[in-house]
Design a protein around this ligand. Structure first.
Ligand code: 9MR
Length: 357
């Protein structure tokens, strides 16, 4: 064995030794390839760094070449296509066209998928909101929807946002068609149906914004999780959306403390919709402040006991939801309109590189 290995090495070594004439013509070393944020996130110990993707820009090659690049983003979330109004636009008529436009190329590219979302008060179809339901009727509608969508995507997603944004900032329950008709039990109904119909390994999440600090809202979610655990209602994770504003964002310590309160209850956490808006016009100073918010948030996830990944709520400014919702604000994403990476991109890159070093 030893002998044959040694013999086998001889020609290799001989070939590797430079001949005198090679000396002055040695090839320049190829530059080390800089990996994208997804690949770096994995080296830093996360499962993923991902992005939401919206259908409206799928015909833009500059966009799709970044969106479906597994090195840059090894996870994606469809921004809209899985929501009720698109997936069940008519009662019991299901349509996965928009979701599939994102899920299929993502699967092909080897990107993980998060599914978003079964139960929300927004983006509901008219047939559902324009009439009154009895509690048994609405329960049947809820189960039918979750069953159809969960079965359609089977094991496609590592996680489902089962219920989205059920609380007000003061910790009270948001007044929605679900709460009004079914009372507080609607959240446990949704999680129970989700557990029954999604793939066994799919993690079931509660997802919300303004829960990235220990505050009334995040404490309401803590209470929900405690109650579910006590009563054996299935729940696996809490998503912190992290829609932030320069100058008003949680610090590294605040985000870390919020993640920890959920980890302590055995919940995995993900940063599910990170973006950092600023008051326009942008300046170098604001961009640097934005970079720090992005980096602090990502670092809080990297350093936490069980924060599995970070998803940005799109990476390209022209498709961000921000300017329409907060006029005068914008530039919340990692890439400029001209597809130039911002300081925030490099700040996240450094967080991952430092963590992996
Ligand atoms: O990005 C989504 C945007 O295209 C939709 O118009 C909007 C409708 O409310 O929803 C956006 O996504 C939201 C997400 O589903 C839940 N958290 C807040 C996100 C930004 O509004």
């Amino acid at each position: 064995m030893k002998v044959s290995l040694a013999l086998a090495l001889v020609p290799l070594l001989a070939a590797a030794a430079p001949s005198p004439s090679d000396k002055h013509h040695s090839k320049p070393k190829p530059k080390p390839k800089i990996e994208g944020l997804g690949a770096l996130a994995v080296k830093a110990g996360l499962q993923y760094f991902g992005t939401a993707i919206d259908n409206v820009v799928l015909d833009n090659k500059n966009y799709t070449s970044i969106a479906f690049n597994v090195s840059e983003f090894n996870q994606v979330t469809p921004s809209n296509g899985m929501k009720w109004m698109y997936f069940e636009p008519q009662r019991n008529v299901f349509n996965a066209t928009l979701a599939d436009q994102i899920v299929k190329p993502a699967r092909k590219a080897g990107q993980l998928r998060r599914c978003h979302t079964f139960i929300w008060h927004n983006q509901l179809p008219g047939w559902l909101t324009s009439r009154n339901w009895t509690a048994p009727e609405l329960t049947a509608v809820l189960e039918n929807h979750i069953k159809a969508e969960a079965r359609y995507f089977k094991d496609d997603c590592i996680a489902w946002d089962v219920v989205n944004e059920a609380f007000n900032d003061d910790g009270t329950w948001r007044d929605t068609i679900w709460l009004r008709t079914l009372g507080k039990s609607y959240i446990e109904l949704a999680f129970t149906f989700a557990r029954k119909y999604v793939g066994k390994k799919t993690m079931l999440y509660y997802n919300d914004y303004n829960v990235e600090r220990v505050n009334n809202k995040s404490l309401a979610v803590v209470e929900l999780v405690k109650d579910f655990k006590k009563r054996d209602i299935p729940i696996d994770g809490v998503g912190l959306q992290a829609h932030f504003t320069v100058g008003r964002s949680p610090s590294y310590n605040e985000t870390s403390a919020s993640i920890a309160q959920f980890n302590k209850l055995g919940m995995e956490v993900a940063i599910t919709e990170l973006d950092v808006r600023l008051a326009l016009p942008d300046t170098a100073e604001k961009s640097e402040a934005q970079a720090k918010v992005y980096a602090d948030t990502v670092k809080a996830c990297v350093d936490a006991k069980d924060c599995v990944g970070v998803t940005v709520w799109d990476f390209w400014d022209p498709v961000s939801w921000v300017p329409e919702t907060f006029p005068g604000n914008g530039n919340a994403c990692l890439w400029t309109e001209g597809f130039v990476k911002k300081p925030a991109y490099y700040a996240i890159q450094k967080v991952f590189q430092d963590a992996a070093a």
